[in-house]
Design a binder for this molecule. Structure first.
Ligand code: ZN
Length: 329
């Protein structure tokens, strides 16, 4: 009886998704269901890393309530930036002095439970693999499409980390070396073709060159207000330019995935982030290009699916870092 009670007590983990603006955190059970969650400001603008760490602890404390910390099975943290397998963050954009920070150890010492820290997109990849659209997969590629393109790769049930824990910077794979220069130092990175801004720019350029499109009225005559969501709305209403934009974005992603499919031979490719909501026209074109151009045996065995965890993906995925760690992480 005592043993059973003990085990029940340790069923919960905290999943904490650290963003530049907000910390989202939740108490998550072994099945990946959120029992309690909240959102706290990151306070990165103060420029002090201790303030951010304190905010993270405030989040954990308020989720725990009166529970003693040892009732937890662990804490999983998804953070921007580069993280090693000991929970040390080497650098993170938008977070003050997030250099060489032993984030895992700080939380282990405070709460006396196992702590896993992972790059946020790697974390989402693991969350989708364990609880989302990647369930049942063995080798999986995951990307998130939004202001940029983030990626993660699971190979034979293990997250791909690489020599210095930086594998799967998928946004910085060249699809056209004549293409635009990227901040990363490379030329023609896929991110430069399929980021939110790059998608919107296709529309604004076309309008500037005199193309007729529903996007003019949808944006109230101000092309600066065009969003990918608006382009999807125009597509649904039969707009020719919107269809062309999704076809071109899908073609860029399609050729990018031809390479990834040929390299990793995934059984599943999971596509998440705001841009993935474009849905059918995007996925259709990606599948078509991969079917036509990847190695036949490999393209026949891969499925392209939208991400499955929805708006709570960051919290559930961070929790999955702890929940799945005994398995293969
Ligand atoms: Zn790049």
């Amino acid at each position: 009886m005592k043993v059973a009670r003990q085990r029940k007590k340790k069923e919960l983990v905290v999943g904490l998704d650290l963003g530049g603006t907000f910390i989202k955190a939740g108490l998550v059970n072994q099945q990946g269901k959120i029992l309690k969650k909240g959102q706290w400001p990151t306070l990165a603008e103060h420029g002090k890393r201790q303030i951010v760490i304190n905010q993270m602890k405030t989040a954990v404390d308020s989720l725990l309530g009166h529970r003693p910390a040892p009732a937890l099975a662990g804490i999983g943290i998804g953070t921007p930036g580069l993280v090693d397998n000991q929970g040390r963050v080497f650098e993170a954009p938008n977070l003050p002095n997030w250099h060489n920070l032993a984030l895992g150890r700080i939380f282990e010492q405070t709460y006396r439970v196992p702590v896993r820290v992972e790059n946020d997109v790697n974390s989402i990849t693991w969350g989708e693999f364990l609880f989302g659209a990647g369930r049942g997969s063995q080798t999986m590629v995951c990307i998130t499409l939004g202001t940029g393109l983030g990626g993660g790769v699971v190979v034979n049930g293990r997250l791909l980390r690489g020599a210095v824990f930086s594998a799967a910077e998928l946004g910085h794979v060249t699809i056209d070396y004549h293409g635009p220069a990227c901040n990363c130092g490379n030329l023609g990175c896929i991110e430069r073709f399929v980021s939110r801004d790059a998608i919107v720019e296709r529309a604004t350029k076309a309008i500037a060159s005199g193309r007729e499109t529903l996007l003019v009225s949808l944006s109230g005559g101000d092309p600066k207000k065009i969003t990918p969501k608006m382009i999807s709305e125009a597509y649904r209403r039969g707009d020719r330019l919107a269809a062309e934009i999704w076809e071109d974005v899908g073609t860029c992603l399609g050729f990018f995935f031809v390479g990834l499919v040929n390299i990793f031979n995934p059984d599943r490719v999971v596509i998440g982030g705001g841009i993935a909501r474009a849905g059918k026209p995007l996925f259709q074109q990606i599948r078509k290009i991969v079917r036509q151009h990847a190695m036949k045996k490999l393209s026949a065995s891969v499925k392209f699916v939208p991400a499955g965890l929805g708006e709570n993906t960051g919290i559930i995925s961070a929790a999955a870092l702890v929940l799945g760690s005994a398995m293969t992480l």
